[in-house]
Structures are given as C-alpha cells and as structure tokens.
Design a protein around this ligand. Structure first.
Ligand SMILES: N[C@@H](CCC(=O)N[C@@H](CS)C(=O)NCC(=O)O)C(=O)O
Length: 229
C-alpha cells in the first residue's frame, strides 16, 4: 500500500497510527513542499482518481481519497468498522462527528479561513475551546448503555475501531493546544474520554509510532502561517 499526506500530523497521523497498529506493510509518502505534491505526484494520482487529494491510499488497483472513505476502506480490510449493522452505523456517525471537531481546529489554526484574522482572535478562540472542549458527545457515547465495550472503546469491545484513531488524534491535538496556551488539561472533565485516551496510548503496536519522529511532527502546516503549528 502507498499512503500519501503532507509531512505534518494533520489528517495523516490518523492513518499512520492505524497502519502501525495493524502492522501493515505500506509506504508513507510525506510531501513537504507544494511542488512535491501538486507538481510531482498529484498528476499521477489524478489519473487514478479524479478526486485526488491528501490524504490518499493506493492499495493494489484501488486509489481511495477522502479521509472518511479511506478509513471505511481500511476498516473493512482490517475488520475495524464493527461486525453488526448497528456497530457499523455507530462507526459512520463517529467518523462524521469527529470530522466536525477537526474542522473547528482547522478554522482556529489557519489565518486564510478568515475566522481568526489575527493572533488576538486566535488566542481568544483557543481559550474558549480549551475551557470548553468539544468532547461531551464522546463522553456520552462512552457512557451510553449500548456501548459494547462498557465504555472503554467507542464501538468495538476489544480494541479500537477506525473512528477511535481520529478521536484519539483530536483529543491529543486539543491537549497540545491547552499546553501551548497554558490552559487546564482538556480531559479532566471527561473521565471516560481520559480512560480511552490512556488505554489507546498504551497499545503495544503503537509504541513504535509514539517514539518516532512522526508523532513529534507539527500538528498543522507551517507553510500556511498557522497559529497552531
Ligand atoms: N475532505 C478532505 C479534505 C482533504 C484536504 O483538505 N486536504 C488538504 C490537507 S488537509 C490538502 O492540502 N489537499 C491537497 C490538495 O488539495 O491537493 C479529506 O477529508 O480527505
């Protein structure tokens, strides 16, 4: 398999963790400059899939684009979408829910979205997010009576499903944001999310990733003058 994304964590970390967790054989193509991607590689990916974007995944004769489509694809391949219909629906829901959280972090981080037009607006919004982190729905799902894992994981009983990788990445990015602005730890008010965060962080096949340079990479692209690199 070939996985492609910018040389940042962004949406890429979700896949790097998933592929490491499954100890999959894959090439991790990390694009650094705009030319690396837009001039050197994107034209060939467009030949395979007109929806070419970062991230993308090539697996044999398939080229899959769009984060949630790639996660669903890998979930089917590795049995991480849930076994029953209701588990698969919950996986879909969580993938969409966490993408909403991710979009807010993007609006916070990049000046070109014109939501935070200067450093002051970034600081005010970051403070609001850290004071009231967007995790109440995840806490509620972990407490919900149909949770197959008794609140340890979101969908599967015995370990992470595909949505968990993106949820974990967002919990971690919010923790980093809180540390950078000197705010309170974001998980203290969410005991189930905190337990999930810690159980995921201790997964044996992820230890190599957490010790690697990939985990230490910037959260967002510095090429775009981000407030939250
Ligand atoms: N909805 C898309 C968003 C993808 C996206 O916005 N990719 C950004 C980086 S996060 C990019 O720079 N894409 C490269 C391109 O437009 O060719 C997804 O979830 O995959």
């Amino acid at each position: 398999m070939e996985f492609g994304y910018w040389k940042i964590r962004g949406l890429g970390a979700v896949f790097r963790m998933l592929l490491e967790y499954k100890e999959a054989k894959y090439e991790d193509k990390q694009y650094f400059t705009g030319d690396d991607w837009f001039k050197e590689r994107k034209p060939a990916i467009l030949e395979l899939n007109p929806l070419a974007n970062l991230p993308y995944l090539i697996d044999g004769d398939k080229c899959v684009c769009q984060t949630n489509a790639i996660l669903q694809y890998l979930g089917e391949k590795f049995g991480l979408n849930g076994a029953s219909e209701s588990q698969k629906i919950r996986t879909d829901e969580l993938l969409c829910e966490i993408y909403d959280v991710r979009n807010k972090i993007i609006l916070l981080s990049y000046p070109h979205h014109n939501v935070c037009r200067d450093k002051g607006e970034f600081e005010a919004m970051a403070e609001r997010i850290v004071k009231s982190p967007p995790f109440a729905k995840f806490e509620a799902i972990l407490n919900f009576k149909d949770n197959a894992s008794s609140g340890k994981w979101f969908v599967l009983a015995d370990g992470p499903g595909v949505a968990d990788f993106h949820i974990w990445e967002m919990l971690d990015q919010h923790q980093i944001l809180a540390e950078r602005i000197g705010g309170e730890p974001v998980l203290d008010k969410f005991p189930k999310c905190k337990a999930f965060y810690e159980a995921f962080r201790a997964l044996p096949t992820l230890q190599k990733y957490f010790a690697s340079e990939d985990y230490k990479m910037e959260v967002n692209s510095t090429l775009d003058n981000t407030y939250f690199p």
